[in-house]
Design a protein around this ligand. Sequence first.
Ligand SMILES: Nc1ncnc2c1ncn2[C@@H]1O[C@H](COP(=O)(O)OP(=O)(O)OP(=O)(O)O)[C@@H](O)[C@H]1O
Ligand SMILES: [Mg+2]
Length: 334
Amino acid sequence: MALLEVKNLRTYFFTDDGVAKSVDDVSYTVNRKETLGVVGESGCGKSVTALSIMRLIPMPPGRIVGGEILFDGVDLLKLPEDDMRAIRGNKIGMIFQEPMTSLNPVFTVGNQIEESILLHQKVSKEEAKNRAIEMLRKVGIPAPEQRYKEYPHQLSGGMRQRVMIAIALSCNPSVLIADEPTTALDVTVQAQILELINELQQTLGMGVILITHDLGVIAETADRVAVMYASHIVEYSAVNEIYFNPLHPYTVGLLGSIPKLHIESDRLMTIEGTVPVPTAYPVGCNFASRCPYATPTCLAEEPALKEVETGHFVACHHWDEVKVRRPEHLVEAN
Ligand SMILES: Nc1ncnc2c1ncn2[C@@H]1O[C@H](COP(=O)(O)OP(=O)(O)OP(=O)(O)O)[C@@H](O)[C@H]1O
Ligand SMILES: [Mg+2]
């Protein structure tokens, strides 16, 4: 049984501009010790999916209108809020995309880590303090005893982000959802954080959902990848397949628009056009207007996500043609 299974999730926002179907029939799983990478352009539903798992969607205007989120076999969407509170921040930890807004300005950082530990674990205040300082050290904060006593405004953005990471990891979660966890950090600290997550993953068997724009980070850390576009998963497979055998034109575009180490060609592609807004998705395939492979079928019929090669799922009417026609530098990497 998967550690966490998102099944046919639909999260909609009921706005003045209409219904935004921000997450529409999304399914993915995370196993113990495994990292699922989630990639896609801005606004495609990565964070809304993660916040749905945590049941932190603002309601209204949002509502989870369908699907299941099975954690250890239990549907989180059916749990009373009290039970969910015991899981959130404890068995399922999350590093939020906007760390500045998630820390309370009136409490010291030490206080906030300690509070999270005390809320979920039966340890003394003294032990909680020691663990908080230890976590600050682990996420690479110099002079943690001193920092422990400081308030969020006394820390730089990168430091605050590390405090958020310390809070998320302090309870040894079974599942860690990391939403752009290292964007504000320099490469050395970024590597250190990813290493720490990896270490906890190995020792505690933690499953990780890593949301990022950075395909380099995905290549280094993910076991499997879900590519999201306009509220859907359009490609889902083992990480090597994504890089060496991309079957969705959108994935091919993402790979082409980012300078990659193993791609020597400087002939970079960009994906022309923009993501449609979730209140006004077209009939047919959401990617059709930007897709070099689009045909009238694509404008009429929405492609379903299908397993087209072993363990490799894609939602495209023309994946077989993509396989033959995709740019050479991607095929050469094979
Ligand atoms: N509270 C809300 N009310 C209305 N629409 C919302 C709300 N929260 C999110 N959305 C919409 O849902 C869509 C998906 O947003 P989401 O934050 O999941 O994108 P994302 O993939 O995480 O993007 P990014 O890479 O920029 O973080 C967006 O179009 C966004 O405007
Ligand atoms: Mg996001």
